[in-house]
Each structure stands twice: as C-alpha cells, then as structure tokens.
Design a protein around this ligand. Structure first.
Ligand SMILES: Nc1ncnc2c1ncn2[C@@H]1O[C@H](COP(=O)(O)OP(=O)(O)OP(=O)(O)O)[C@@H](O)[C@H]1O
Ligand SMILES: [Mg+2]
Length: 481
C-alpha cells in the first residue's frame, strides 16, 4: 500500500496505521538515515485551502514544542498537494491497544506523563483539542507521549463538505465546552485526559449511549462518572479533571500531578495494592467471562433509559450542543445529506415528513469494496455478531462505523440473496432497537435525538410501521411543542 505515495526525501517502508484523515507510514528520512513516522494527510484535505494554511502554520509552531512527553515533530511539508508530517517513530503502540491490561498505578503513571506534556504546551498557549487513547503512544522504553498536537486545530478548520463521509473523531472524550462549541483552553484537554484516565481505571468509557449525539450531550448534563468502589480513593482525581465547569477543574496539568502525589501519600495501602492490581476487566476476561464489557459491580451503569431521561435541562442544552456536535455529525454524513447539512448556528433537522430515508453511511468506496469481498455466510455471521454487540453496547456497531456494522452486513447479504430470512430478521431487530430508543427520546421531548434514532431505524427497515408512526408522532409533537 506504500507504492503510490511518494514524498521526496523519504523512502516509505510500511504502513503503521490509518486514522480518519491520514495514513501513517514507517519511512526512512534519507538525509539523516533515520526511521520516522510519516503521516500523510488524506488528499481530500488538500482541496481545502484553510486546512492547508492551518496545517502548515500549526505544524511550524507545534514543531517547536519539545518535551519528553510530547511526540517530537521532525518535519512538515507538502508535495504536489500531499500534506505530510514526519515525527519520531513510536514503536510501542497506542494506549487504545493496552487500555484493558493496565493496573491502576500504570494508568496513573500514564496520566501523569501526559499531564506534564500538557502543562508545558498549555503554558505556551497551545490546546491539543483531541486528547484520546489513540493519540497517546509509547516509546520503546515505555514512556507515554502525546501525539498530534496542532493537527486537531487544523482539522477543525476543514469544512463539513470536505469531510463528508469521513470519520473524524469521537465525542467519547470531549469536554462539555467542546460539545457546546464554546471557546476552549487547556482545561478542556484536562477534561479529556480525565475521561481517558476514567476509562483506564474503570474499564469502560465515562458515558455510553445509543448514539454519539447522546454521548456528547451526557458530557454536558450527566454527573461526573464514579469509579468502582475499590478505586474510590482515586475519585478526587476524576472529579478534579472532569468537573463540568472548567473553573472547578485542576487549573493546570501540574496541579493534577500534585494532587496525584498527595493522594498516593495519603493512601499508602491503597496505592501499594494499586500497584499489584490488574484492572477488573482483565480479571473478568481471564476468569472466562463471556461479556467483553464485564466489569466489577460497583460501577454505575448508565442505562439507556437514563440517557433518554434528559429532560428540561437537557432540552435547553441540546440547542447548545447542537451547534457543536451537529457540526461534527454533519461531517460524517454522505454528500447527499450535506445539502440539508447543519452549518447554521442552531440544530436543524431535515424534513422528516417528506424526505426519503437517509442513505446508509457507507459513503466511502473503500468500505464498500471491503464488503464486496466477503462471502454470504461471513456477511451473515458478522451481521449477527455486530447486532448482538450493539444490543449490549448502546447501539454501537449497528449502523457505524462504515462498512463494519450490522446494517451494512445484512444489506449486502440481501443484495446477494434477496430472500434471505436471517438478514431480514436482523434488520428488523435493529429497527426495533432504534424504535425503542426513539420512543424514549420522544417521551422526553428530545426531538433531535428522536429524529436521529428514527432515521437509523428506517435505514435498517425503511417500511417499519412503528417507526413510520413515530415519525408522524414526532412531526405532531414538534408542531404542538
Ligand atoms: N509516530 C507514530 N509512530 C508509530 N505509529 C504511529 C505514529 N503516529 C500514528 N501511528 C499509528 O497510526 C495510526 C493512525 O494515526 P492517526 O493519527 O492518523 O489516527 P488516530 O489518532 O488513530 O485517529 P484520528 O484519525 O481520529 O486522529 C495510529 O493509531 C497508530 O497506530
Ligand atoms: Mg492521531
């Protein structure tokens, strides 16, 4: 896959990984005869003048950030419309891959490392904006480093139209102020770091919901998540990082590190046992638990009902979140939907009474191509697997990510074998899942979320009577409301 990319001065050796908008290669920088990670941005970005300008500007500035816990940038440039960034090669993978194998003390160590890198960058006036497990990587000696400073800001400048159909991120670690598209400062990064630390310790994301929209909303409205009983002594750290109001968070990365030290000193026994402990999730897995999400009992599960019980306050906030999150969401939609996109300063909905069902989110041809390579039994098996996963995990994998979700699997199966009962049944069950979610959302006056869930359900089963009725109910409720 490295043959059609050529960057002068670099010899591409192999692909290291792919993100939403870039491919990262292991490359040899010929002038210095050293291995580097070469991040080559997607060509669609090059079409956007603001991105190009921001990428170079941010890159030049952030290349000046040198800190033991920030990824070192070596070079940035463009060649025939291809934008690239060469950085140190981090051979030991990302935090995402090792998240469920960490002991509490290892988790704390990583959070402290990243906080020190953030403290340095914040002091110089830089906000990362995309602190997440995929951007925390490891050197071969095990130290954690934060990658991609400056990239998120450049990406933010890209118009929704350019990004249509490309995944650009997740609201899982998003601060409340980011979800509301309010101005951010370093404390927003500390919030995201708190969400990452929470996931390392608790074995699950801070907020889980059937839909990314609801996740973004929960960052704004839901209480700070609680750690399992055994780790309750660390709760002050999560509280100090993830407070809704930035004023109530640790003011700096250093303040967080100092709080860590104080807590460890004040709880020597707990700290010692934290060093031994492996995460509850790992224990559950090694004990032969069948549930991938199994974790110790005391963690409060945020139920679907609870997500949907976001009432008066939620409805007020939704307008604010809509500005930020709907902008984010519109970037994920295929171009056909972009025409009714959401670049306005308030959430908009497409006309549910006359619009055809939204097209499946299989916009990118790569995802489609991959589906076409699967045989019918595999399509059905994957469809069943994603369906079971989604039913347990708040809708994840039912309709996203593109090409790797239950709807795409079943629809491709039906395209090959139009009478296939198993695929038809699967799609019916997905529609049923979203019908329940939409019913709850409607009951609580969350019209945008209702519309979203109905759209998802109809994508699975366009003629579903219950969903079509809900659509009419929604239109009525909006008229009256
Ligand atoms: N400096 C590096 N050294 C080694 N591997 C890297 C390096 N930078 C990135 N990678 C690999 O490439 C993958 C893609 O990175 P990229 O930054 O494009 O996406 P991401 O951060 O995972 O997600 P997103 O697109 O949402 O930012 C990473 O998950 C990682 O596996
Ligand atoms: Mg990255």
């Amino acid at each position: 896959m490295t043959d059609n990319v050529q960057i002068p001065g670099y010899r591409l050796l192999r692909t290291l990984g792919e993100g939403g908008m870039a491919t990262v290669y292991l490359a040899m920088q010929e002038s210095l005869d050293r291995e580097v990670a070469l991040k080559v941005m997607s060509p669609v970005l090059a079409a956007n003048a603001t991105f190009c300008e921001q990428f170079m500007k941010e890159g030049r500035i952030t290349a000046k950030l040198t800190h033991p816990h920030l990824m070192t940038v070596h070079d940035i440039g463009s060649d025939r419309g291809v934008y690239y960034l060469a950085s140190e090669y981090l051979p030991a993978g990302t935090l995402r891959e090792r998240m469920d194998r960490l002991s509490p003390s290892e988790s704390l160590e990583i959070a402290r490392d990243i906080a020190s890198g953030l403290a340095y960058a914040h002091e110089k006036g830089f906000v990362h904006r995309d602190v997440k497990p995929g951007n925390i990587m490891f050197r071969s000696n095990g130290t954690a480093v934060l990658a991609d400073f400056g990239i998120a800001k450049a990406m933010k400048s890209v118009s929704a139209a350019t990004m249509a159909g490309n995944a650009i991120g997740t609201p899982d670690y998003m601060s409340p102020e980011q979800a509301q598209a309010s101005p951010v400062d370093g404390r927003s990064d500390l919030y995201s770091l708190g969400a990452v630390l929470y996931e390392c310790l608790a074995g699950q994301k801070p907020y889980r919901a059937p839909d990314a929209y609801a996740v973004a909303l929960m960052h704004v409205t839901e209480p700070v998540p609680r750690l399992p009983e055994k780790l309750a002594w660390l709760q002050p750290l999560i509280d100090g990082l993830m407070a809704k109001n930035p004023e109530q968070r640790f003011a700096t990365g250093e303040a967080f590190i100092a709080a860590c030290d104080r807590l460890v000193q004040a709880n020597p026994q707990a700290a010692a046992s934290a060093q031994e402990q492996r995460s509850a999730r790992r224990r559950a897995v090694s004990a032969g638990s069948s549930s991938a999400t199994a974790i110790s009992q005391p963690v409060p599960r945020i139920t679907r009902a609870r997500v949907l019980r976001l009432t008066a306050i939620g409805a007020g906030v939704i307008v604010l979140v809509g500005i930020g999150w709907l902008g984010w969401r519109s970037m994920q939609r295929p171009p056909a939907e972009q025409a009714v996109g959401t670049t306005a300063a308030a959430p908009e909905r497409s006309d549910t009474s006359s619009a055809p069902s939204p097209p499946p989110i299989t916009g990118d041809s790569a995802a489609k191509g991959a589906l076409e390579k699967l045989d019918l039994p595999t399509l059905l098996a994957r469809g069943d697997e994603y369906l079971a996963y989604g039913q347990k995990n708040y809708g994840e994998k039912l309709d996203f990510p593109a090409g790797e979700n239950a709807i795409d699997m079943y629809q491709e199966a039906l395209r090959r074998d139009p009478g296939n009962a198993r695929a038809a049944k699967g799609l019916e069950q997905i529609a049923g899942f979203f019908e329940q979610a939409a019913t709850g959302a409607l009951r609580n006056g969350l019209y945008t979320a209702t519309d979203e869930f109905i759209g998802k359900g109809l994508r699975a089963d366009p003629k579903n009577a219950a969903l079509l009725k809900l659509k009419a109910d929604l239109a009525k409720a909006e008229q009256n409301g």
